[in-house]
Design a protein around this ligand. Structure first.
Ligand code: NOJ
Length: 738
């Protein structure tokens, strides 16, 4: 539709029709059985008329279903304004990729762009127009369950992934049949919830906000993300959904974002619970004044917009602006010309979970899994002469796709057991679970219901399971433990205060260790766990995240050396929970551990834990030994740019993917600068024994930061450059910025 017609449409809308465009309801409201919607309607206090005018639908997918709903709604719509279908498709639609923390560990934004492209194509075939992704919340506290959805703790890396994900999703003009609109979330700083506790307060300096937390969202907006979702947290005492500083000043005015802002689920009404609005009316006014356009899943906008305007508290232009943005989005998606665009059962048949898509999921998982330990070259396993026992609750478990893969299907997943059995003979390989996932399921709460405890094995069965594992373990040379968190222990509302393996699994490991065999741990988790004990006990550890549809196959191929592991952590693995939050790019204190002026007790440290994490940011092993040497700068001074080079040598007989990481430290600034900050990285392939020179161009712009006066600029002075395979083990050089 051309702009003039769209403007005319806006003008022709009645008051109620306009408000309808700003309301998003979930699938139950759109059920064909009227009765089903009664409960939800009553809960929100809205009328059937409001439901009939709603502009968008939350989390309904599938070509047949979305087409049916659209068709029914268009019959009722006076102006034939199509519904927008929005859904949570965070790391794959039917073909499920590793969780985003695993995607972060690939350090390969180009590959992830392809993954999001595939995701968009699958979702579009199933009738989805907008996905609530990418999630780019920077996170430094592994207690927060939503680490799962983030690419990690680093600003530069997160921004690179944010760009890749948005361009992957929106890779063609949205009105064509494969791209879908991105909705970057959760703006802003949601990942900094105090204590890692879900929905908790966020409070930080504006400098930290702008420098560390905002660039990921900004990168997504610059890459063209059509929508932005507000976050649940407060910032500086004001919940984001009603926060004019964040939404209006930064997002709209400074960044020029003119797309749709949607509140997170019920976040408008939660302004009341936060204690910043007395009632729904005040909450609505705050959200509207902050330029939040769509109200997800509350009755606030539906009931309060009209009285607010009537009473002269809200300018009706604000409503027109919001509706205009929604209509523009629908138009951009080509829905006025074809409200079913791209959605058909035939296309679903053709496009979902194709061989090609599975191959891509395999490649991504292959680059996401991180080898944390490999003592005495335990891995890869020799195929012929070892007897292998696989144990653990994830050994024969198809649930390798994690909590947020709501459109994925666990039955598509090949288990670790099946995948290993394709490598070795049945005489050589045995599987027995040995232990349960958890000893207490009550935390599952509403998800599991009262029958949760029934999921526990009776005592006698538990003893039998252990006895069987010990009996099989006696006969084995190698024991592989497929352990980890229950799916419900991470993701939204999955905060944990103890982030070790569940007790029942740790106890089982202790029993098995007494057998004195070679021990290999595979960890399935939505966050960095504290693996300090396991690091001592195990001969090898593979951090597998929730690796997705192809995860089982990839793990087996890593175990037997078909894949040389190349994942690198995008989040530090703490040594102890007490260290949290922990991240590699902190400030130097006045009394650092290696202080020349203080010693003994009076330095910045814990009495009972090291300062350093167990595994630092950027860390990961491979089956090759890659050596870095000859770090060189083309000048000792920089005016506009500097060339940095380093020699990289693969001293092994297998090809390897290595990630070369470049960090910078501004030694003296008008405000204290981080010990080091990632500025550049390159993932390169080296054949057996191959050497290469890796080049980076460091520019003046790379050194910008928020100085004492909050100017985003640079200050002349001395800098260190560190280049290495992780953030800890690096070569060093220095230069002076003129
Ligand atoms: C709440 C979550 O915080 C958000 O990430 C999600 O997109 C919405 N619910 C919609 O399901």
């Amino acid at each position: 539709m051309n702009e003039a017609d769209l403007k005319k449409l806006l003008k022709d809308l009645t008051w109620q029709e306009k408000v309808g465009q700003l309301i998003q309801l979930s699938g139950d409201f759109f059920s064909s059985e009227e009765a089903l919607a009664v409960g939800p309607k009553q809960k929100l206090g809205i009328t059937q008329e409001t439901v009939d005018l709603a502009g968008s639908v939350l989390n309904v997918a599938g070509a047949k279903k979305t087409r049916e709903i659209q068709e029914k709604w268009l019959q009722k719509s006076r102006h034939k304004i199509p519904l927008l279908f929005m859904a949570d498709i965070v790391y794959g639609y039917r073909t499920v990729f590793p969780i985003p923390l695993g995607l972060g560990a690939t350090w390969n934004p180009d590959l992830i762009k392809q993954a999001y492209r595939v995701t968009a194509a699958e979702a579009k075939a199933s009738g989805v127009h907008v996905t609530f992704a990418p999630m780019v919340d920077l996170v430094r506290d592994a207690r927060w369950g939503r680490c799962l959805e983030s690419t990690g703790e680093d600003t530069t890396l997160n921004a690179a992934f944010a760009r890749a994900m948005v361009t992957g999703l929106q890779h063609v003009e949205l009105g064509k049949i494969t791209g879908i609109a991105a909705c970057v979330k959760h703006f802003a700083a949601y990942g900094a919830a105090e204590g890692g506790r879900e929905y908790n307060t966020v409070d930080m300096s504006e400098r930290r906000l702008r420098e560390d937390y905002l660039p990921g969202y900004k990168a997504a907006v610059e890459a063209g993300s059509e929508l932005v979702m507000t976050s649940f947290n407060t910032y500086d005492g004001i919940p984001v959904t009603g926060n004019e500083f964040l939404l209006k000043q930064i997002l709209r005015d400074e960044w020029g974002f003119d797309g749709v802002i949607i509140s997170d689920y019920a976040a408008v009404l939660e302004l009341v619970a936060h204690g910043i609005a007395a009632d729904e009316k005040e909450a609505t006014l705050l959200a509207m004044n902050a330029t939040n356009d769509i109200d997800m899943k509350t009755g606030c906008y539906a009931k309060q917009l009209e009285p607010l305007v009537r009473e002269g508290k809200l300018d009706s232009k604000r409503i027109d602006d919001a509706v205009w943005r929604v209509l523009k989005l629908k138009n951009k998606l080509g829905l006025f010309e074809d409200p079913y665009r791209g959605a058909s059962s035939e296309r679903e048949q053709e496009m979902l979970l194709t061989e090609e898509n599975r191959n891509l999921a395999y490649q991504v998982a292959a680059q996401s899994i991180v080898l944390l330990e490999n003592k005495n070259h335990t891995l890869p396993l020799a195929k012929n002469h070892q007897k292998i026992l696989l144990v653990g609750p994830y050994g024969d478990n198809q649930n390798l796709i994690g909590l947020w893969a709501i459109h994925g299907n666990t039955s598509d997943v090949i288990t670790i057991k099946e995948a290993i059995s394709q490598h070795v003979s049945s005489e050589q390989f045995h599987y027995t679970a040995g232990c349960e996932m958890l000893s207490d399921y009550r935390f599952l709460g509403e998800f599991g219901g009262s029958k949760d405890q029934l999921m526990r094995m009776p005592q006698a069965k538990r003893e039998q399971a252990l006895a069987e594992a010990l009996r099989q373990g006696e006969k084995a040379d190698v024991i592989i433990y497929a352990m980890g968190e229950h799916t419900m222990q991470s993701g939204e509302a999955g905060s944990r205060a103890d982030i070790t393996l569940p007790d029942v699994q740790k106890e089982f490991i202790q029993e098995m260790l007494a057998l004195g065999k070679t021990n290999i741990l595979i960890t399935i988790s939505g966050r960095p766990l504290v693996l300090t004990e396991e690091a001592k006990q195990m001969d090898a550890i593979l951090q597998a995240w929730f690796p997705g549809t192809e995860g089982g196959r990839v793990l087996a191929d890593i175990l037997f050396g078909k894949i040389n592991p190349s994942g690198r952590l995008s989040m530090s693995f703490p040594y102890s929970v007490g260290q949290l939050p922990i991240y590699y790019n902190g400030f130097q204190t006045g009394r650092p551990l290696n202080s020349k002026t203080h010693s003994g007790r009076f330095v910045s440290k814990y009495l009972d834990s090291p300062n350093a994490p167990l595994y630092p940011f950027g860390y990961g092993l491979s089956y090759s030994y890659v050596e870095l040497s000859d770090l060189a700068l083309d000048d000792v001074e920089m005016t506009e740019k500097l060339q940095v080079s380093v020699q990289v040598k693969n001293n092994s007989s297998r090809s390897v993917l290595e990630t070369v990481q470049l960090y910078v430290q501004d030694i003296v600034g008008s405000v204290v600068r981080p010990n080091r900050e990632l500025k550049k990285f390159k993932k390169i392939n080296l054949e057996a024994q191959e050497s290469a020179t890796v080049h980076f161009t460091l520019t003046r712009e790379d050194l910008y930061y928020y100085t004492k006066n909050m100017d985003f600029s640079v200050e002349a002075g001395d800098f260190n450059v560190f280049v290495g395979r992780n953030s800890r083990d690096t070569l060093q050089a220095s230069f002076t910025l003129k």
